[in-house]
Design a protein around this ligand. Structure first.
Ligand code: SAH
Length: 343
């Protein structure tokens, strides 16, 4: 039966070697399978012309190379494309292709879970029912499928789609390593960013394992009480502890961390907020990534250009690197926090 077969996609080299050994096949063939899947992007065993037909048949009997089932494909006027995939009937995820145009950067934003258990007050994904963790192959296949459909390779991958990556830690990190491996997808470790709403246990594990990837924390409010009211996760992992963990990250790994900060007028864009944010930024070696609220949501409005510029000017004197992330793909609900909105 298909479902009893060994899933070769999403496995690292040593797991494939183990599998080959288990069914009495030569180890070096596992390496060929590995590069066949991730470098040559073969989708079935028939494509492995470097294998004898005997070996191909043997593998077909025992194993399977699954592919995500494509759903909708939406194209934005700004070049962003959003693809949905059906993981199982009724379980849908989304991935977004974001070409940035000016600097040649092409980013794929991928999901780590079907829905999300967090319900951040500004995020549409949080309105969805949580339907489970993605498997490693389903995380990697978002990249393989988006690249295949778009016909180009991504320079960057961000785990900023649906879900909380730290709640699916093992599969997410395994996927990141395969995306990074020069023998697989060969994406530089600093071009892979994993983002968390603030799951401290995950951050600490990431540091302990000395993971090489970029790391971002969705800070979103510098005031502990207000953060708690808009990000439920702050009740479990309060801001003070989160910042301690972030400091430990930067000290131990000797790297900057990124703070993402959604700009919401009347909520976190005042002078007092800016001062608090600067204080935080001075205490942790970081970059700040400003994101304008993408939708009028929950009674909140998207900031005007003027409001954004004003907030930036409040931060500038602090000397903290501040980036203002564009939010492409709003017309197809492909921008941050809009995944799941259908319009
Ligand atoms: N759960 C992880 C991964 C998702 S990343 C995390 O929270 O980091 C999604 C990013 O989009 C987060 O930085 C989040 O703060 C931001 N976001 C959520 N809703 C948004 C909205 N309506 N407008 C702009 N950004 C939003």
């Amino acid at each position: 039966m298909e479902k009893d077969k060994f899933i070769v996609k999403g496995k690292n080299l040593s797991e494939l070697e183990e599998f080959f050994k288990g069914i009495g096949l030569e180890k070096f063939r596992a390496k060929q399978l590995y590069t066949g899947i991730y470098t040559n992007r073969y989708k079935n065993f028939g494509e492995f012309t470097n294998f004898s037909s005997d070996l191909r048949n043997r593998l077909e009997e025992k194993a399977v190379i699954p592919t995500l089932t494509a759903g909708r494909h939406l194209k934005s006027s700004d070049g962003t494309q959003k693809m949905t995939f059906e993981v199982e009937p009724g379980k849908e995820i989304e991935a977004v292709w974001i070409p940035s145009g000016d600097d040649g950067r092409k980013t794929i934003c991928i999901s780590s879970q079907v829905g999300c258990t967090l319900s951040c007050a500004f995020c549409a994904t949080g309105l969805l029912e949580f339907k489970g963790n993605l498997k490693t192959w389903q995380i990697i296949d978002q990249v393989l499928e988006v690249e295949r459909v778009v016909g180009e390779k991504a320079t960057n991958v961000v785990f900023m789609g649906m879900g909380e990556p730290m709640h699916n830690y093992f599969s997410v990190l395994k996927a990141a390593h395969i995306l990074h491996d020069p023998e697989a997808l060969n994406i530089g470790s600093k071009r892979i960013t994993i983002s968390t709403a603030g799951v401290i246990t995950g951050i600490d594990r990431f540091v302990e394992n000395k993971e090489p990837f970029n790391f971002a924390i969705s800070l979103n409010h510098p005031n502990p009480e207000i953060r708690k009211s808009i990000m439920g996760i702050d009740k479990k992992y309060p801001l003070v502890d989160l910042l301690k963990s972030a400091r430990n990250f930067t000290k131990t790994l000797n790297r900057k961390i990124t703070f993402e900060y959604i700009m919401i007028p009347q909520v976190n864009m005042g002078k007092e907020n800016a001062n608090k944010l600067v204080k935080i930024a001075r205490s942790v070696s970081c970059k700040i990534n400003l994101i304008p609220l993408n939708t009028d949501f929950n009674g909140w409005k998207r900031p005007t250009e003027e409001e954004v510029e004003n907030f930036k000017s409040l931060l500038r004197p602090a000397g903290v690197p501040v980036m203002n992330r564009r939010s492409p793909g709003r017309d197809i609900h492909g921008a941050c926090g809009m995944l799941s909105l259908r319009g």
